[in-house]
Design a protein around this ligand. Sequence first.
Ligand SMILES: Cc1cc2nc3c(=O)[nH]c(=O)nc-3n(C[C@H](O)[C@H](O)[C@H](O)COP(=O)(O)OP(=O)(O)OC[C@H]3O[C@@H](n4cnc5c(N)ncnc54)[C@H](O)[C@@H]3O)c2cc1C
Length: 400
Amino acid sequence: MSRNSRTVLIAGGGITGLTAGLALARAGFRVDLFEQAEGFETIGAGLQLSPNALAVLDGLGLLHRIKTVAVGPTAIRVMSATSGREIVRIPLGHHAVERYGRPYLVIHRADLQQVLASACADDPDVTLHMAASVDDVAAHANGVTALVNQGSQMTEFSGIGLVAADGVWSRLRNVHFDARPSVYSGLAAWRALIAAERLPGSQDMESVQLWLAPNAHAVSYPVRHGQHLNVVVVLAALQAPQGWTDRGEVGELRQALAGWSPAFAGLLDHKARWTRWPLHAAPRLRRWSEGPTALAGDAAHAMLPFAAQGAAMGIEDAAVIARCLKAAHENGGDASAAFAAYEGERRRRAARAGRLALANRYLYHLPRPLDLARNLAMQAIGGRRLLARQDWLYGWKPAP
Ligand SMILES: Cc1cc2nc3c(=O)[nH]c(=O)nc-3n(C[C@H](O)[C@H](O)[C@H](O)COP(=O)(O)OP(=O)(O)OC[C@H]3O[C@@H](n4cnc5c(N)ncnc54)[C@H](O)[C@@H]3O)c2cc1C
């Protein structure tokens, strides 16, 4: 492939954009990746990485590096947030590896981004442009030209196609696909990292704990080799907090969690910086691709985090985009054909993951007394069968 005929542009250096950059480079393309931020964030929170996402990252040769910074939980323990008792235990650890061929890991988002960014930086076929915002893109006979704002100057970059992985508030989606803004769910996620050394020895640092209460839920799990406990509480919030860094007052959270067992509420007594994240979903789009431009990750299908699959879907998108572009290139097709094939392959699965997240939203937040019936039903089904219900999701693997 000549240099010009193999350059792909990517807008956005989040998990989706970086994975797409690497996957495309491994598929024989050259990549110019633009990230509007000056550097990759070191703050942030945890991510659960399910086996379907790890199948892609393993294929890119990153599993070993990810394991050095991630934690492999032995189970998801579904807990009653009011009594503090375990409702059911869904086995992970070696069960996940035996069932899906890859582990189920939990990781700090910044650690994953760092692994991906350094793999991109090490790849001679990927150029990372930081502090570079893609302001617009135009399609033409040879592909696309993007207008990139690099502070003091506007520069044009050309490629055979552009992947817009610019997140839930995607500018490129709004300009070229659908002007509707993302939809606020009426929920906010309160997130904090608590240093393990501040926690009592009895704190569970082996599993993901999912705490269910009427009208709210929380998730806690270790990250960074167990040096921190990642804690997320999801509550109704009439007004959307601003951006990803809105400071949350722990007093307000304590009040909202009155009636929760000290087994969870005790975590609020430890020093931590709480931030509040608005939970948005992308509007349902008529199209994800338009000629040589395609949306990917949250820009295409941002979903509520109740299935812990937003980043996983973006990672899967990246693998499919790279395979479709490679196949089109080998068969004399162009990026438009490749992106249409990508969209055709991905829409149904991402929508199904989004529907699971919506269903979990109602299941996790059931009010009294329906929550008691839910707890009994989960116990009756049992942890192994609850895991088996996710086979369609966690068992996905990228085509060779
Ligand atoms: C509380 C919570 C918990 C979650 N837990 C999980 C989980 O456990 N597992 C999971 O898989 N997912 C989870 N998610 C979802 C996951 O965080 C997102 O789906 C994922 O991070 C989206 O990645 P992305 O790269 O598509 O978008 P983003 O992470 O939003 O990245 C977009 C990037 O594009 C950049 N950008 C924007 N506009 C431009 C532009 N014009 N030019 C250049 N750059 C631009 C931005 O600066 C940003 O870096 C969770 C989400 C929340 C809110």
